[in-house]
Structures are given as structure tokens and as C-alpha cells.
Design a protein around this ligand. Structure first.
Ligand SMILES: Nc1nc2c(ncn2[C@@H]2O[C@H](COP(=O)(O)OP(=O)(O)O)[C@@H](O)[C@H]2O)c(=O)[nH]1
Ligand SMILES: [Mg+2]
Ligand SMILES: [Zn+2]
Length: 288
């Protein structure tokens, strides 16, 4: 595996020092886009990575495949802009909840970006998303095609470090191109439906924006499953469901699983429609 490291106004193609590789077999990639590393140059264009600086944030998923491992998508980012297409089949709030939970677990602030709004019934989408707005998440309704919502997106990206994440084909690269056209990111413009699953963005890279800030365009992910290193991480999953967390302190049993127990406040609020059914189900699934 080779990495591009920027140091002293120079790009180095770098490999990882062998001894760094020992020990962390549960991770598919030791180094991710956004990492700050120490290098020893071996030529004007090549280097060896000696050490990785501690990270203040990390966005990971469970790697696809039989032996689950952690795949680190981006590190040291402030915002995780979760891009989801406004129309079926990509519009999926279960997946959205998993992305939000992964952001919380990794100390990344989630921002929701519903793109391709030009292809959907906006008032329907806004109704569906109202619960997230009520919970205090930033929700942007955008179109890389018409330009709608790009101002709001720029407000997030300007002077911060962000990563755009979401399934392949939702318009991540198109949005970044719309924000700054000279980046010229390749987009999947060939007969979209037919080429579904064709990944045009193959490596994640940190792009510098003229308005200030840096953004990572991440390559296509077909699915997004949560990775949790230890049990403490569940606390962070909880933190991404503040409505449910608030309710469960009122359940009769302290270790209530909100599935079958009597006196369950969470179920009561679901019954009253105060907690969304889909969110509740997803919560139970994630914490099981
Ligand atoms: N109608 C419409 N099409 C879009 C929008 N954003 C992206 N697209 C199209 O969706 C396809 C996939 O976009 P791309 O940026 O490559 O998606 P990525 O895989 O998330 O980077 C391309 O054909 C884009 O032209 C949008 O807001 N509206
Ligand atoms: Mg792309
Ligand atoms: Zn309960």
C-alpha cells in the first residue's frame, strides 16, 4: 500500500515502516486520509512513514468480507457530510442512522446532505427529515445539478476539514465539483442506472478549497456497517439517538431493552408517535 504524503511543499509517495504494521490486525488500513505522519525521505519523491500522530477524530466502518475488520475511511475531520440521494432506493434512514452513529463514535460531527432534491418531491423529503432537524442535526437539501443548497454546504466546508461520505452515485464528487469546479473530480456520468455500482472515485484524497478548508471525497461504498472496537462505543451509539436516550431513563427497568418489558417509556412514546417507529426499530437493531 502506498500513500501520498505532503511535506515541505512536496508530495512523497510513501510506504509504511514494517514494524508499524505489527499488532493492529483488526484494521484493514493503518493509515487513512487525513493522518498526520512522520516520514523519512528516501529520495526527493519517496519516503517511509515512521509514525502516526494521534487522531482527534476517526470515521470507520466494518469492512465487507467474512472476517470483519475496521476500515478507516477518514481521520482528523471535523464534519462528516453524509450524502444521501433524495429518491428511492438510496433514501434510507436506517443507513443514515448508521452513518450518524459512526460519526458520533469517532468524534466527527455529522451533517446530513440530501442531494438530488431536483429528482424528488421536496416537501415529502422534508417531512421525512423533520425528525432529524428537531433533534438538532444540520440538514441540507441540495442539488449538484440546480445549485440548490450549495451555499449551505459551503458554510459547512469553509475553513473546516470535512469528509463527504455516502453510497456510490449519490453525487458526492458532483457536489464538490459544484463547490469548486477546477478540482475536476471524475463523476459517474455514464447512464447512471445502467452503470450502477461503477466506482469512479477510487482513492480518497484530501482536497484544498480556495474558500478555505479541506474536503475528502470518499470512494464508493456499497454498504455501511458499524464498527465498534469495544463496549464503550455503544454509549456513543446511544448518543446519536438523543430522543431515545432521554426516554429510557424513565423506563421501569434500568437495563430495559425496550422490546418486551413492562413499563417501557420508549415503547410508550413510539406508540404515541412521539418517537418515530423506524428510528426505534433501528435503535433496537443497533444496540442488540
Ligand atoms: N439530477 C441530479 N443528478 C445528480 C446530482 N448530483 C449528482 N448527480 C448525478 O449522479 C451521478 C453520480 O454522481 P457522482 O458525483 O459521481 O456520485 P458519487 O459516486 O457520490 O461521487 C452523475 O451522473 C451525476 O451527474 C443532483 O443533484 N441531481
Ligand atoms: Mg465520486
Ligand atoms: Zn424501555
Amino acid at each position: 500500500m502506498q500513500y501520498h504524503v505532503y511535506a515541505d511543499h512536496n508530495y512523497y509517495v510513501a510506504v509504511v515502516r514494517g514494524r508499524l504494521k505489527k499488532g493492529k490486525a483488526t484494521t484493514t488500513n493503518l493509515i487513512a486520509v487525513g493522518d498526520n505522519v512522520w516520514i523519512t525521505p528516501t529520495s526527493p519523491t519517496q519516503a517511509v512513514i515512521e509514525r502516526i500522530e494521534e487522531r482527534h477524530s476517526k470515521l470507520s466502518r466494518r469492512s465487507p468480507g467474512r472476517t470483519p475488520r475496521e476500515q478507516i475511511i477518514a481521520v482528523n475531520v471535523d464534519y462528516g457530510v453524509i450524502v444521501m440521494a433524495a429518491h428511492a432506493p438510496d433514501f434510507n434512514k436506517n443507513r443514515l442512522d448508521r452513518y450518524i452513529a459512526a460519526c458520533s463514535m469517532g468524534n466527527v460531527v455529522p451533517v446530513i446532505c440530501i442531494n438530488k432534491i431536483d429528482l424528488a418531491d421536496e416537501s415529502f423529503v422534508r417531512t421525512e427529515m423533520a425528525v432529524y432537524e428537531r433533534l438538532g442535526y444540520g440538514v441540507i437539501y441540495s442539488s449538484a445539478k440546480t445549485g440548490q443548497g450549495l451555499d449551505a454546504l459551503c458554510t459547512v466546508l469553509k475553513d473546516s476539514v470535512s469528509a463527504l461520505v455516502g453510497s456510490s452515485g449519490v453525487g458526492k464528487s458532483s457536489l464538490i465539483n459544484a463547490v469548486q469546479s477546477d478540482l475536476g473530480l471524475k463523476t459517474n456520468s455514464l447512464r447512471e442506472g445502467f452503470w450502477k455500482g461503477l466506482h469512479t472515485t477510487t482513492t480518497a484524497e484530501l482536497l484544498t478549497l480556495d474558500m478555505g478548508g479541506m474536503v475528502v471525497d470518499t470512494p464508493g461504498m456499497r454498504e455501511f456497517a458499524l464498527w465498534h472496537e469495544d463496549n464503550n462505543a455503544w454509549e456513543d451509539v446511544l448518543a446519536s439517538f438523543p430522543d431515545i436516550e432521554a426516554a429510557e431513563s424513565l423506563c421501569r427497568f434500568r437495563n430495559c431493552s425496550h422490546t418486551h418489558e413492562p413499563g417501557c417509556e420508549v415503547k410508550r412514546l413510539v406508540g404515541e408517535g412521539k418517537i418515530e417507529q423506524a428510528r426505534y426499530k433501528n435503535y433496537v437493531k443497533l444496540t442488540k
